[in-house]
Design a protein around this ligand. Structure first.
Ligand SMILES: [Zn+2]
Length: 281
């Protein structure tokens, strides 16, 4: 089938399912941020395009997002995260977030957001905190590196980063014990992540699932195969919750029918679906 025809057909099917749904579960991976101008760190080359300095050091994303730097060289560990915190604070979420909010409001739908992104973009777009489950935590929250307690607190500090060395000009500390603090995000090889905040969000999410109204549609965006937690979560809802999954992804778009595969980026996919709603009036 011609790809444009296929895309249009998938927009129509998704719009019909979303219109009839009483509940939307919005699931998102790194790809959703691409249309807001955020990097998705796709492969080493993609990562180094955003951070050329790490290429010269032979450090890839998995190496950079590692808690070992906070103990070995805190200014270097903080460099990567402070740069991203500033980037995410400055980023304006793309129009697709508004479209999702419009569907929820107009359709008076129940909803919940599950994201593997730590960038806080759903909150920034106006989604309420108690409707979001950040499975890998939030870069805008901090914890102690030790950790000396289970405390998680909001980060309001600005930290400048020297982009030629990727070192932070200062590091933040735990007010309880004085050790280095770090973002409350699940890093690679991370055994000291404090999961309290994320656990509380998960409890909210599970309580929501117990009470949400059928039919349920999952709108999944930008969830790739490299870290496939979100994809599995969407597929699990499709299997156990009789939900219909709409998978929007420019590369890893496959999902078996009756679920709906939309082979394009998040913003284009959401706009394509939104345009179909006018035909129902
Ligand atoms: Zn501490």
């Amino acid at each position: 089938m011609d790809s444009d025809v296929h895309l249009l057909k998938s927009f129509q099917e998704a719009a019909k399912a979303i219109r009839e749904a009483n509940t939307l579960v919005i699931t998102a991976g790194a790809g959703i941020g691409v249309d807001s101008g955020l990097p998705d760190y796709r492969g080493d080359k993609g990562f180094w395009k955003s951070y050329p300095m790490y290429e010269s050091l032979g450090i890839n994303y998995y190496d950079a997002a590692n808690p070992v730097h906070f103990s070995d060289d805190p200014a270097f560990g903080w460099g990567f995260y402070a740069h991203r915190i500033d980037l995410y604070r400055r980023t304006v979420p793309h129009h697709g977030f508004r479209l999702l909010q419009g569907w929820i409001k107009k359709g008076e739908k129940d909803y919940f957001v599950v994201t593997s992104n730590v960038d806080g973009q759903f909150q920034k777009a106006g989604f309420p905190e108690d409707k979001i489950y950040e499975i890998h935590g939030s870069i805008h929250h901090l914890q102690c590196c030790t950790p000396c307690s289970e405390d998680v607190w909001e980060n309001t500090d600005y930290i400048a980063v020297d982009l030629t060395t990727m070192r932070a000009e200062k590091v933040l500390r735990c007010s309880r014990c004085g050790n280095i603090s770090r973002p409350n995000v699940l890093m690679f090889g991370d055994f000291s992540w404090v999961g309290n905040r994320s656990d509380m969000q998960r409890n909210n999410y599970h309580a929501f699932l117990k009470e949400c109204r059928f039919p349920v549609v999952v709108v999944e965006m930008g969830a790739g195969k490299a870290i496939s937690t979100i994809r599995h979560m969407s597929e699990g809802l499709g299997a156990s919750h009789k939900a219909l999954v709409v998978r929007i992804n420019p590369r890893d778009y496959h999902i078996s029918p009756p679920h709906i595969s939309i082979p394009c980026g998040a913003l284009k996919g959401l706009q394509g679906i939104d345009e179909q709603f006018s035909f129902f009036v």
